[in-house]
Write a protein that binds this ligand. Structure first.
Ligand SMILES: Cc1cc2nc3c(=O)[nH]c(=O)nc-3n(C[C@H](O)[C@H](O)[C@H](O)COP(=O)(O)O)c2cc1C
Length: 167
């Protein structure tokens, strides 16, 4: 039985999703730093982590200590089956993976992290035939913004609830 939601968030967007999920399914949500001291090894968890250079932050630690039943990766690129496939491969995941679009808050990021995001924005701006969505993402990377919504989280909520019913 899944007992807890554990998350790793840098600027708060993953935390927002974790707390929304907690509220919707009635399981406690703990940041990784608290989880390692408050919940026993081997506890079954749902893990959420922010994506940094294709890697799901905190996942290796979570996998070492807990039984990770499913994962939600919070990144900034648009949700697409290729994104999920790439994340599954890079993070060597065999459990179910969900992808959620988070946000950017430049003032919470240091110089180098901001620089990385503005380089991604620059690449997007160089694309030919840019859609409104691409422009919007490039702006978000530079000036900040959030794509966090309850609607994005619905498939995750359904999965967790469905899982509870099965067990
Ligand atoms: C240094 C850095 C690298 C990132 N790399 C990726 C990436 O590879 N793919 C992606 O979709 N988002 C990437 N992002 C965007 C974050 O995953 C996104 O802003 C997320 O919502 C941050 O969550 P948090 O607020 O919980 O820390 C990156 C952000 C930073 C600062």
């Amino acid at each position: 039985m899944m007992e807890c939601i554990v998350y790793e968030s840098n600027t708060g967007f993953t935390k927002q999703y974790a707390e929304m999920l907690s509220e919707a399914v009635g399981l406690p949500a703990l940041p990784m730093v608290q989880a390692v001291s408050k919940i026993p090894r081997g506890t079954e968890i749902f893990f959420l982590g922010w994506v940094c250079g294709g890697k799901i932050t905190g996942l290796p630690v979570a996998e070492k200590r807990f039984i990770v039943e499913a994962v939600a990766a919070v990144g900034i690129v648009y949700p697409h089956p290729d994104v999920t496939a790439e994340l599954l491969k890079l993070n060597k995941l065999s459990c179910p993976l969900f992808y959620l679009q988070g946000g950017v808050e430049p003032k919470k990021l240091g110089y180098f992290k901001r620089k990385i995001l503005s380089m991604i924005a620059q690449n997007l701006e160089r694309q030919e035939n840019k859609t409104a969505a691409v422009w919007d993402l490039a702006d978000t990377l530079r000036i900040g913004g959030s794509y966090v919504s309850q609607a994005n989280l619905e498939p995750v909520i359904s999965w967790v609830k469905g899982n509870e019913v099965k067990e």
